[in-house]
Design a binder for this molecule. Structure first.
Ligand code: SAM
Ligand code: SF4
Length: 333
């Protein structure tokens, strides 16, 4: 079957898939999960074969970039086999991974060999006790050792992602930026999104806009807008005197929906057409209903059809939470 570019009602071409391989995680970041998370039963989670089929199908439909995520993708058993399979698809341009870094020291080399091009590592604090309280379980030293290993192995791009909360880590943005830029790593700051009900803090009171972040960074860095695009939602700025970039992902303050080029598939096989809306299609049901010989064509028909319900934009409202009950970890961040 010839490849059909996926285009939605608003003329946006969908070329980027974020594929979640698990909703489980070894951390419990306060903004991402509740402390007492209940995870999906394993029978509900797509098998590696089903994940591979989903990836292949999307690539045949014109997807050029896949980001494997979770939950924590590196806690999924045998995830390397899946990554190898995906990266071996000739039509795919880029295989990316988002990780909390807890397994990176041991896995960076094998990830590189498996064909991963770019890695995003989440890091919200450089202070060990604060890092522990933000992630509830994370060890800062382990993540930093993982980052060092990733730099040593050498990926096409390594980027730190930091979610900034006003009273938790806003005071660290210059330190985080300096840490990244001095290591030849890019960094993106993310505005917290209201996904799932949390009790650790008020998302509204912790909100810091990207504009405020840039203002605070200007005390130490001279930033100027860059034309660079990673094909994702981040808008990048260049810091004078450094080769790397500082990005801002601003779902609240600088809406990026007009250029949306992506969809998500959750670990349970739900095709999510928008992070901030519930429009979705159950791909697992299709794979588990049709005989193997018909699954790919049935998936293709369904995915093409799903483009007609992709919403125009997300409608996050921090003052009236929650609008979206699923957590980021269940969404595939
Ligand atoms: N476990 C991996 C990690 O932490 O990088 C991958 C999954 S995690 C859900 C992906 C990204 O989503 C992380 O960078 C995390 O900081 C971000 N994230 C999680 N919950 C968020 C929220 N409520 N708002 C904004 N970003 C969030
Ligand atoms: Fe786990 Fe990533 Fe969510 Fe933190 S942000 S709890 S590391 S899935």
């Amino acid at each position: 079957m010839q490849s059909i570019p996926l285009t939605d009602r608003f003329g946006r071409q969908i070329t980027y898939l974020r594929l979640s391989v698990t909703d489980r995680c070894d951390f419990r970041c306060t903004y991402c999960m509740a402390e007492d998370m209940v995870f999906m039963p394993r029978s509900e989670v797509l098998s590696l074969e089903e994940l591979a089929l989903v990836a292949e199908t999307f690539i045949e439909l014109g997807i050029k970039k896949i980001r494997v995520t979770g939950g924590e993708p590196l806690v999924r058993k045998n995830v390397i086999e899946l990554l190898q399979h995906i990266s071996s698809q000739p039509e795919l341009h880029e295989l990316c991974l988002t990780t909390n870094g807890s397994q990176l020291e041991n896995m960076a080399e094998v990830l590189k060999r498996a064909g991963v091009n770019r890695i995003n590592v989440s890091l919200d604090s450089l202070q060990a006790s604060r890092f522990k309280s933000l992630t509830r379980h994370g060890e800062l030293d382990t993540v930093l050792a993982g980052l060092d290993k990733a730099v040593q192995v050498g990926f096409d791009q390594i980027k730190i992602n930091s979610v900034i909360l006003k009273h938790f880590n806003f005071d660290e943005i210059c330190d985080l930026t300096e840490f990244a830029l001095n290591r030849g790593i890019d960094i993106s700051f993310i505005e917290e999104m209201p996904l799932g009900t949390i009790h650790s803090h008020s998302r509204e009171l912790e909100f810091v806009s990207s504009e405020e972040l840039r203002h605070a960074l200007s005390a130490k860095f001279q930033l100027s807008p860059s034309e660079y695009s990673s094909g994702g939602p981040a808008r990048f700025w260049r810091a004078q005197g450094y080769n790397n970039l500082v990005g801002f992902i601003s779902p609240h303050s600088e809406n990026f929906c007009a250029t949306c080029n992506r969809v998500r598939v959750t670990a349970t096989g739900r095709l999510l057409l928008c992070l901030g809306n519930e429009h979705s299609i159950d791909l697992k049901k299709i794979m588990r209903t049709f005989p193997a010989s018909q699954q790919k064509n049935a998936l293709k028909r369904t995915i093409v059809q799903a483009m007609t319900i992709k919403p125009e934009k997300h409608e996050f409202d921090l003052a009236h939470e929650p609008q979206i009950l699923r957590f980021m970890s269940a969404t595939g961040g």
